[in-house]
Design a protein around this ligand. Structure first.
Ligand code: DX5
Ligand code: ZN
Length: 227
C-alpha cells in the first residue's frame, strides 16, 4: 500500500498575536494536521498554551470548504492525565504524551481513548522504545523527537533516523495502522531522508512559519516526498 504523507505545521513558531489567522493561513497552504505544542515549564523548560487556546482555535481548524483539519496535541507536560482529558474536551483529535511523564502509561492512553481521541506516544532523543513492547497495540501514533523538546528552531539529531527505522519495523510487525511522526528540525532539505527511514508524518515549525510563503514550503516538502 502506498504511504500517505502528512504535514503538520507546529504553531510553536507561529505569530502568537495572530494565532487564528495563522491557523487559517497554514491550512490554506495545504497542512494536513495542526501540531499544537503544549509545554508546562516542568517537563520542559518552556511554557506555551493550554486547553482554552485550543478550543478558541478549534473553529478555525478547517479548510475553506469546511473540512475539519485534525488538531494534533503534543503534550510536553507532567503529569499527563488531567490535561489530556482537558485537551480532549477542547477539541483535540490526536493527543500524544511522553511515557516518562506519567506513572501509568497504559492508563494515560486509556484516558485519551475513552474521550474518543487518538492516542500517541512521544520519545525523546535519549529514550529507548521498550515501552512499545507492551502498548503498541493500544496506540494510533508514535512521535519520534529529533530534537530535545522545549523549543522550536533546533537542529535535527541524526540518531533519530535509526530510531525511526526501528519504529517502522515495529509498526509493520504489529500489523496496525499507526502513524509515525517525526518532530524537530524537519526542513525541505531533509524531509526525504526522514521519509526514507520510515516516517510518514512530519512536524515542521520554523521551516514553515519562519518563511513568508507557507504554501511554497509545504509544496517544496511534498515535491521532495514525491521525488
Ligand atoms: C519541540 C516541539 C516541536 C517544535 C518543532 O519541543 O515539540 O514541535 O515546534 O519546531 P522546529 O520544526 O522548528 O524544529
Ligand atoms: Zn511537537
Amino acid at each position: 500500500m502506498a504511504m500517505t504523507f502528512c504535514i503538520a505545521p507546529s504553531l510553536l513558531s507561529a505569530d502568537f498575536a495572530r494565532l487564528g489567522e495563522e491557523v487559517k493561513n497554514v491550512i490554506a497552504a495545504g497542512s494536513d494536521w495542526i501540531h499544537f505544542d503544549v509545554m508546562d515549564n516542568h517537563y520542559v523548560p518552556n511554557l506555551t498554551f493550554g486547553p482554552m487556546i485550543c478550543s478558541a482555535l478549534k473553529p478555525h481548524a478547517k479548510t475553506a470548504a469546511g473540512v475539519a483539519v485534525p488538531i494534533d496535541v503534543h503534550l510536553m507536560v507532567q503529569p499527563v492525565d488531567a490535561l489530556a482529558s482537558a485537551f480532549a474536551d477542547a477539541g483535540a483529535d490526536l493527543i500524544s504524551f511522553h511515557p516518562d511523564a506519567t506513572s501509568h502509561v497504559h492508563r494515560s492512553i486509556q484516558v485519551i481513548k475513552s474521550k474518543g481521541c487518538k492516542a500517541g506516544l512521544a520519545f525523546n532523543p535519549g529514550q529507548p522504545l521498550d515501552v512499545l513492547d507492551w502498548v503498541i497495540e493500544d496506540i494510533d501514533l508514535i512521535v519520534i523527537m529529533s530534537v530535545n523538546p522545549g523549543f522550536g528552531g533546533q537542529s535535527f539529531i541524526d540518531s533519530a533516523l535509526r530510531k525511526i527505522e526501528d519504529v517502522r519495523r515495529r509498526i509493520t510487525a504489529s500489523g496496525k495502522n499507526i502513524r509515525l511522526e517525526v518532530d524537530g528540525g524537519v526542513k525541505v532539505d531533509n524531509i526525504r531522508q526522514i521519509a526514507d527511514a520510515g516516517a510518514d508524518t512530519f512536524v515542521a515549525g520554523s521551516a514553515i512559519f519562519g518563511k513568508p510563503d507557507y504554501k511554497a514550503v509545504v509544496d517544496a516538502m511534498r515535491a521532495s516526498l514525491a521525488a
